[in-house]
Write a protein that binds this ligand. Structure first.
Ligand code: GDP
Length: 326
């Protein structure tokens, strides 16, 4: 039986990845950073039916010795580093905390792997935010990085370090350059979930409008369930490499509003307001990924369309609000 360790196991991707690995017969360990209110943290795992089957281990990415002890205890075959301070807007308010967790935290984990589990296979969750401004074309593994936020800068550091450890120490370490991906488990601080939640509340008469920021930004959006499959595939190859994980199609925030509100029979223009409070000091206008390498080498294809994902998310939000209303 293979053993996997997932950092960030309580997040959206952690939950989908844990469910995938459990379905493949893995023993799954999740790194849990305990703090007040930890009871709520396993909610996503619970929603996918794998709470209790993931073995939670205490530790923190910013504490190297806890990571070394953890790897010595778990002896994982595969390590998935999904933990991060991953909210771009918050990284402007807490840039150094973001660097600590997202950049140096990855450094700590790589050091721990090098010292205590050098044969383990390592996956690093990178982000399309690392590319920053798209230069007209879809972005591939060969595209340049122009990070435009403290979050993106921290992810670039982590990405480079993974390459350094692969080249210098021979670790089997892969970077996934993950474009935006969502699901009903996405936090409401992210735009698509905010929109599907807003459309659901408005259609049930629980709210009248929804305030958003930049409606013209365009993103390449996929489903988390598809994207965690790409992570797993990367670690099953003969050699370690970096892969863009994307759909190859970009939609504007306005398009998302149109599809989500349309799903409940509403016109988004009657309900969506632009509030400057949600604009960012610097935003990325468009991200569009070129997943050719993942398709050709991993045989990976996204299975869920944007429309199907948005429908799934709106329906889940409707069900949640209806249940809450009793
Ligand atoms: P990100 O791509 O990782 O930053 O994911 P987000 O979901 O946070 O943001 C995606 C895009 O939506 C960005 O270009 C934001 O500027 C834009 N956006 C527009 N309105 C909002 C909003 O109300 N909340 C968030 N989070 N993003 C918004």
């Amino acid at each position: 039986m293979k053993r996997a360790l997932i950092t960030g196991v309580t997040g959206q991707d952690g939950a989908y990845l844990a469910a995938l690995l459990l379905s493949k017969g893995y023993e799954v360990h999740g790194l849990l950073h305990r703090h007040g209110g930890s009871e709520a943290v396993a909610e996503r795992l619970h929603r996918l039916g794998c709470n209790g089957t993931v073995q939670m281990v205490d530790g923190n990415l910013i504490d190297l010795s806890s990571l070394i002890r953890l790897l010595q205890k778990v002896e994982p075959d595969e390590i998935y580093n999904l933990a991060a301070q991953s909210f771009v807007r918050m990284s402007w308010d807490q840039p150094l905390l973001t660097a600590h967790v997202t950049a140096l935290g990855t450094g700590n984990l790589l050091e721990a792997v090098r010292i205590a589990a050098p044969r383990a296979r390592f996956f690093q969750a990178g982000s399309s935010e690392m590319f920053g401004r798209a230069e007209g074309r879809a972005q591939s593994e060969a595209s340049n990085f122009h990070p435009r936020s403290p979050y993106a800068s921290a992810k670039v550091f982590a990405h480079c370090l993974v390459g350094n450890y692969r080249d210098a120490f021979g670790l089997f370490a892969c970077n996934g350059i993950m474009f935006n991906h969502d699901s009903p488990l996405r936090g409401v601080e992210f735009v698509l979930r905010k929109i599907t939640d807003g459309a659901a509340r408005i259609s049930l008469g629980l709210a009248k409008d929804l305030s958003l920021g930049n409606l013209e930004a365009r993103r390449d959006f996929g489903h988390s369930r598809d994207y965690v499959r790409a992570m797993w595939l990367m670690l099953q190859q003969e050699t370690a490499d970096d892969y863009v994980v994307a759909t190859g199609r970009a939609a504007s925030i306005r398009d998302l509003c149109r599809i989500a509100f349309g799903h409940v029979g509403l016109d988004y223009e009657a309900h969506v307001r632009v509030d400057p409070a949600f604009l960012r000091p610097a935003d990325v206008d468009v991200t569009l990924g070129d997943p050719t390498r993942a398709r050709e080498r991993l045989g990976w294809e996204p299975e869920t369309s944007l429309e199907a994902m948005i429908a799934e998310m709106v329906d889940a939000d409707l069900a949640r609000w209806r249940a809450r209303a009793g």
